[in-house]
Design a protein around this ligand. Structure first.
Ligand code: RB5
Length: 144
């Protein structure tokens, strides 16, 4: 079964745990890079760890959760080969895959509720990159 990487800071911990349960029940092999409690911690450390594992090929996709999703996406997008998409609705999730070939989904646990997060996640995991003209644009991003 497909491996999926999962990480959060303290603000995202609760939603991360719910996402882990959901993905496990759907048969995904979840690799949880932490954090492992609600004790205050630094989100870039988890973004860096998760993205390095994508770079190594441990999994194709990763999910990062913090309070807003913003810090995680900023950190993740500094990493070569990472295309992190901060999504607050299903349309962004679908397009971030179809057009931008995102490989990291960032969620803000203080911005969206559990049901919307799950719905965004389902759309994101089940949408494929369309390639074609979008490949040229993604390649331009990768050339930066
Ligand atoms: C933690 O308080 C908060 O700053 C963090 O979870 C995230 O929202 C940063 O972007």
């Amino acid at each position: 079964m497909e491996h999926v990487l999962l990480g959060s800071d303290h603000a995202g911990f609760g939603l991360k745990e719910l996402i882990k349960q959901k993905l496990n029940s759907q048969g995904y092999q979840v690799i949880d890079v932490g954090c492992f409690s609600e004790e205050s911690c630094d989100y870039p450390l988890f973004a860096i760890d998760l993205c390095k594992r994508i770079q190594k090929g441990d999994a194709r996709n990763g999910i990062l959760v913090c309070g807003t999703g913003i810090g995680m996406s900023m950190a993740a997008n500094r990493m070569k080969g990472i295309r992190a998409a901060l999504c607050a609705n299903e349309y962004q999730a679908r397009m971030s895959r179809a057009h931008n070939d995102s490989n990291v989904l960032c969620l803000g646990s203080r911005v969206i509720g559990q049901d919307l997060a799950f719905s965004i996640l389902d759309v994101w995991l089940n949408t494929e990159f369309e390639g074609g003209r979008h490949k040229r644009r993604v390649d331009l991003i990768e050339s930066i």
